[in-house]
Design a protein around this ligand. Structure first.
Ligand code: NAD
Length: 514
């Protein structure tokens, strides 16, 4: 077990459970410790959750929604404590905590509790064709049971809140396994929901590292909602496949930004800096690769350079970019940058790590990058703007698609028609025009990755309903003694079947039967 500077393995507990001490990446001061739940703790938690879930599921959705909505008031009361915990564990700036964690979480609580009674109500679906006079269909959204929510360290409160709230509203019990780097920030989501009235066994938190996560995945839950890296996502997908347990996987990205010649260059340059560095660059759909067309490249790079130089970094309230949340990531950032520079990239601004009393990386701009560099083909997750010049928009699309990831992307142009046409050609789960990142906060949008960036959707009605089994219940309209095609087969059976084919599917009536 080797956790590096901000995580330290302590001597195990008397019962043999692992213990981890945490330090703030901004100050390296201690910020508590966790005892890792072992396989037995996981089994016990799941057993409690299974029992409690029955009563929770039996409540009307409206009642569950009212409880979840009350969490808004609890969060309002607890807001400063939540902010303090997140800042201590991550070293994020206050505006980042407010934007990515608080505003987002209020919106999740408000939006999903408002939508759930409508989106999860039994749904009468009109039938088509020859079935219409005979049958009625109801689709019932039936809770799955116990959902394991496993979250990363970059948006520890909001990412825990989003899946947990959706799963609870859908009538499930939730066991949250937060990242070992930010356990207490994520645990606030559970505490707040419990204080709002969700029963303790219906929403639980289990601290621990990957071993605890793996035990949860194999512990007999009914779904895993995972947000994290591609390698872990693949392990979880394999374990879920063996058990035929559904999972959603929201994984890493390498999002491309395309800057066209007709873009508002001031906006594109501001976006390039912000979208590459927001949250210290630790955003799954952060901009990691920028393709700018040759025609305007000099002017664009000049503007980006000026703006990158103006970005303040460090600890405290007078900065734009805070700490690097985990030294494991710092090593990756340094490695990618070194590889790029060794292969010919031009380092224009920043480029150095700082480890004096905290973990920081200078806001950085590199140009003359290409796809042979890990900076352009692996997730870097740091405050680096990386710009590659391209011949034209076709070249930009080709390079944007030359990537194993496909989470999100952005296109900067003043021509909305062209923007949409380019967006449709991008191999990306979502595309923002003249913006980026905000897409995760657009709760109507079915956010999720393609290629190695994941499986399933975390937002949109489909996401909420994915915490249920959509159970079709078919009702008979007439209560006849037998259907016309049931035993015994006879001339009437053939007449009914052949008549259906002849008079419906072989005639224009067919088109009315849709
Ligand atoms: P990670 O995969 O290392 O860890 C994520 C979580 O999984 C942690 O809680 C960890 O303890 C747990 N875990 C580790 N091994 C496990 C195993 N074998 N079985 C079960 N659980 C296990 O990821 P990370 O470094 O914490 O997070 C950063 C990654 O998350 C980045 O790649 C980022 O892009 C991605 N991310 C994606 C989204 C999205 O919506 N697509 C959002 C945020 C972050």
């Amino acid at each position: 077990m080797f956790y590096m500077a901000i995580l330290e393995a302590l001597a195990p507990t008397a019962e043999g459970r692992k213990r981890i001490a945490l330090k703030s990446p901004a100050t390296l001061e201690p910020v508590g410790e966790i005892v890792c739940a072992d396989a037995q703790d996981v089994a016990d938690a799941i057993a409690r959750a299974k029992k409690a879930q029955r009563e929770w599921a039996a409540r009307p959705v409206k009642e569950r929604a009212a409880i979840v909505e009350r969490a808004i008031e609890v969060l309002k009361r607890r807001q400063e404590e939540v902010i303090a915990t997140i800042r201590a564990e991550t070293g994020k700036t206050r505006p980042e905590v407010l934007a990515i964690e608080l505003v987002a979480s209020y919106d999740f609580l408000n939006y999903w509790s408002g939508r759930a009674p409508k989106d999860l109500a039994d749904e009468k679906r009109p039938l088509h064709g020859y079935l219409k006079p005979l049958k009625k269909l109801i689709v019932h959204y039936k809770p799955l049971g116990v959902v394991g929510v496993i979250t990363p360290w970059n948006g520890p409160f909001a990412l825990a809140m989003n899946s947990t709230v959706q799963a609870l509203l859908a009538g499930n019990a939730v066991i949250l396994k937060p990242s070992e780097v930010t356990p207490h920030s994520s645990a606030w989501a559970v505490k707040i929901l419990q204080e709002a009235g969700v029963p303790e066994d219906v929403v639980q938190v289990l601290y621990g590292d990957g071993e605890t996560g793996a035990a949860l995945v194999r512990g007999g839950v009914n779904k895993i909602a995972f947000t994290g890296s591609v390698p872990t996502g693949k392990k979880i997908a394999a374990a879920c496949a063996e058990q035929l347990v559904p999972c959603t996987l929201e994984l890493g990205g390498k999002d491309a930004m395309i800057v066209c010649a007709d873009a508002n260059l001031e906006r594109a340059a501001n976006a390039a800096v912000f979208l590459s560095m927001f949250n210290s660059g630790h955003v799954c759909m952060g901009t990691e690769r920028i393709y700018v067309v040759e025609e305007i490249a000099d002017e664009f790079i000049r503007k980006v350079e000026e703006k990158t130089r103006a970005v303040r970094f460090g600890r405290g309230d007078e900065v734009d970019v805070g700490a690097i949340f985990w030294d494991r990531q710092l090593t990756i950032i340094e490695k990618h940058l070194e590889d790029a520079v060794n292969k010919g990239a031009t380092l224009r601004v920043g480029g150095r790590a700082h480890r004096d009393g905290g973990i920081f990386f200078e806001p950085t701009l590199v140009t003359d990058v290409n796809h042979d560099m890990s900076l352009m083909n692996e997730e870097t997750f740091g405050p680096i703007v990386a710009i590659q010049r391209v011949r034209d928009e076709e070249h930009a699309i080709e390079l944007a698609n030359d990537c194993k990831y496909g989470l999100s992307a952005s296109v900067f142009t003043s021509d909305p028609k062209k923007a949409v046409a380019i967006a449709k050609r991008l191999e990306a789960g979502s595309v923002c025009i003249n913006d980026g990142e905000v897409i995760y906060g657009v709760l109507e949008a079915p956010f999720g990755g393609v290629k190695e960036s994941g499986l399933g959707r975390v937002n949109g009605t489909d996401a909420l309903r994915s915490f249920c089994h959509a159970q079709p219940i078919l009702l008979d309209r007439w209560n006849l003694d037998r259907e016309s095609i049931w035993y015994p087969f006879g001339p009437d059976t053939l007449k009914a079947l052949e008549g259906t084919i002849k008079y419906i599917f072989w005639t224009p009536i067919r088109k009315l039967m849709r």
